[in-house]
Design a protein around this ligand. Sequence first.
Ligand code: PNS
Length: 162
Amino acid sequence: MQRIAIYPGSFDPVTNGHIDIAERGLKIFDKIIVAILKNPVKNFLFTVDERLEMLELSFQKYPNVEVETFEGLLVNYAARRKSHAILRGMRAVSDFEYEFQLALMNRRLNREVQTVFLMTGFRWIFTSSSIIKEAAQFGGDIADIVPPIVNQKLKEKFGFIS
Ligand code: PNS
């Protein structure tokens, strides 16, 4: 049986920290499905299609990584994809409370699905999509913490290249 993990998130945009977690996950799972939540409520910088494109390009060289979008409850999506594992990255202690709540709610909703936390690489401990967007907005150099396509798209978005 193939061991499949769902790696869910907003990925607005994908960072090297996300790639690091997926790479670590591939050492445990046969396949990882990177799943972007289609969330109509939250405000995102990039559209779902833009985020999908950036993820697809960033994971191009990983044959065991699939990128998709999902709607509704994560545990229902995991069941549809025949996965028993949700993969989440853990950075500093500040991530813990939210991740703990999410994992416990997901377990309550479906006891067959386990959440697996992986520690991000030390290099990416302080990397987050929000802080990257803030730096990029004011022309900060973030080239070494995001995939090249994301660096380009952020520059286009904030008018630093056309
Ligand atoms: O990258 P994020 O924004 O921290 O990811 C959050 C995400 C997408 C994992 C979470 O919001 C989610 O799974 N949403 C789908 C709805 C759901 O099942 N919520 C958890 C139980 S209420």
